[in-house]
Design a protein around this ligand. Structure first.
Ligand code: TYD
Ligand code: MG
Length: 453
């Protein structure tokens, strides 16, 4: 029998850089103590690197490259389709990451049961037994008839089954429990995850199946295993839970076939995950008594608006240097907004602790909440309540100017739908034609916005 040549090397578990010898410091990503000895498995065949089945092809002009139709098909869930940029692309590899209990297995089981009604689906579970999964599927009253199941953690046997079944979609739950015989290491380790993922990716690229891998995340929300996992896949989707665990948010952090940062929202119920078709107001908690420091802003998430409540608390600092804490916001943006308030708003907050929170566990990834953050801070500092029907958005610049943001008019219209009757927005976003039911004040600077409240 021909002996399989096994190559060993030293690989950084953060960035995937390889070294011939052990060293304490990874010179590629500057991390310490991340380099581990791994068995790299058999040498890749020529023309196949990192699982990509590229054969040696001649140099071609870009205009001469023949386009193949993408033929996307539905994942079985509208929200999931939206996050992916319009459904599954054949031959693509999707990685779904999230905390334990985020609902990765649940969402995949639900969507696959529906997808199986029109395509062949193979669901490979290495974590839960088939009885467990079947029990859950029955309880959720999912269509069970056509989903093919396999309880297996050997990469070779999974590939064998996939070869013979020829499904359109293969789900691997999860990549951390998969084990390839070509690698002499424990499952979940850097080398196992890397080699297993490479083998599955290669299979997807050559056979055209959609391959979905579930990946666990570590404490700091990074995907467990090598960083190369993220580089290997076409689409990386993260599933996270809101603070009260009622909702699950799905977001792409990488997508070769569509936009990133499209947000999908699901509600976790006793009947499994339910799509939230119109999530714009789910994070608003309207109470009778408005408190100082609270203000509503409207974010733009991919293709949809999302109303969020920004809360701020400003209190005299008790000890030493004052604290600045942001939950759901970038710390540096808060520091910048505070500096602008100081310089252009004439408020001195140097001896105050400042806390800012985005209600509901949402993470703000854009700059349109700046103005709302600034006004919420001022409102808390002055201990004055802002009107409950006021909507604020806009980017704050370093010289105190308020810059327009994208989709201004649509954001305002969403506000009208939810009963907001006034808004303070960047002048550039103030609509030319009046929006019925909404009194819009366009401002160009922070001081104008402060005058407006
Ligand atoms: P699961 O899909 O097993 O999470 P993951 O695969 O990401 O680890 O989800 C389990 C969680 O979802 C668990 O905390 C219970 C909750 N859940 C419900 O609330 N209702 C349901 O109908 C189901 C199936 C799960
Ligand atoms: Mg699971």
């Amino acid at each position: 029998m021909a002996k399989v040549k096994v190559k060993t090397g030293f690989v950084c578990s953060d960035c995937g850089a390889t070294y011939p010898k052990w060293q304490g410091h990874c010179s590629a990503c500057d991390a310490w103590s991340t380099i581990k000895e791994v068995r790299l498995g058999p040498e890749p065949r020529p023309g196949r690197r990192d699982g990509f089945a590229g054969t040696t092809s001649p140099v071609t002009l870009l205009k001469d490259v023949q386009l193949t139709d993408e033929h996307r098909f539905s994942s079985g869930s509208e929200e999931f389709d939206r996050v992916l940029g319009g459904g599954f692309v054949p031959g693509s590899v999707i990685l779904i990451g999230g905390d334990p209990g985020a609902g990765k297995s649940t969402i995949l089981l639900q969507t696959m049961c529906h997808a199986a009604e029109s395509r062949e689906v193979l669901y490979v579970s290495g974590e839960e037994s088939l009885q467990q999964i079947a029990g859950r599927a029955r309880r959720l009253q999912l269509p069970l008839d056509r989903v093919k199941m396999l309880a297996e953690s050997s990469v070779e046997r999974v590939l064998e089954a996939a070869e013979s079944e020829r499904p359109a979609v293969v789900v691997i739950d999860s990549i951390q429990v998969m084990q390839s015989a070509a690698v002499d290491a424990a499952p979940g380790g850097v080398s196992q995850v890397r080699e297993s993922a490479a083998a599955f990716t290669c299979f997807a690229k050559t056979s055209g199946v959609v391959l979905i891998m579930v990946g666990h995340v570590t404490k700091d929300q990074a995907l467990a295993g090598p960083m190369t996992l993220s580089h290997m896949v076409d689409t990386q989707v993260m599933l996270s839970s809101t603070e009260d665990a009622r909702y699950r948010l799905m977001r792409t952090t990488k997508n070769r076939f569509g936009p990133v940062n499209e947000l999908g929202v699901f509600a976790m119920t006793e009947k499994g995950l339910r799509e939230v078709k119109n999530p714009s107001a789910i994070f608003l908690s309207r109470t009778e008594n408005a408190a100082p420091g609270s203000l509503i802003s409207v974010l733009w998430e991919g293709t949809r608006p999302l109303l969020v409540e920004i809360q701020s608390l400003v209190v005299s600092a008790q000890y030493g240097s004052p604290r600045r804490l942001g939950i759901g916001l970038d710390q540096n943006r808060i520091a910048m907004v505070l500096a602008v308030i100081n310089k252009h708003g004439g408020l001195v907050l140097a001896d105050q602790d400042v806390f800012v929170n985005v209600v509901g566990g949402i993470r703000v990834l854009e700059t349109s909440a700046d103005l709302a953050v600034a006004l919420a801070i001022v409102s808390s500092f002055r201990n004055s309540v802002l009107p409950q029907d006021l909507l604020v958005f806009g980017e704050v610049g370093l010289s105190g100017e308020i810059r327009p943001v994208s989709n201004g008019e649509s954001r305002l219209k969403e506000g009208v739908k939810h009963g907001f009757t006034r808004a303070i927005v960047p002048k550039g976003n103030a609509p030319k034609k009046e929006i019925p039911g909404m009194k819009v004040v366009g401002v160009t600077s922070l001081s104008e916005a402060l005058d407006a409240i």
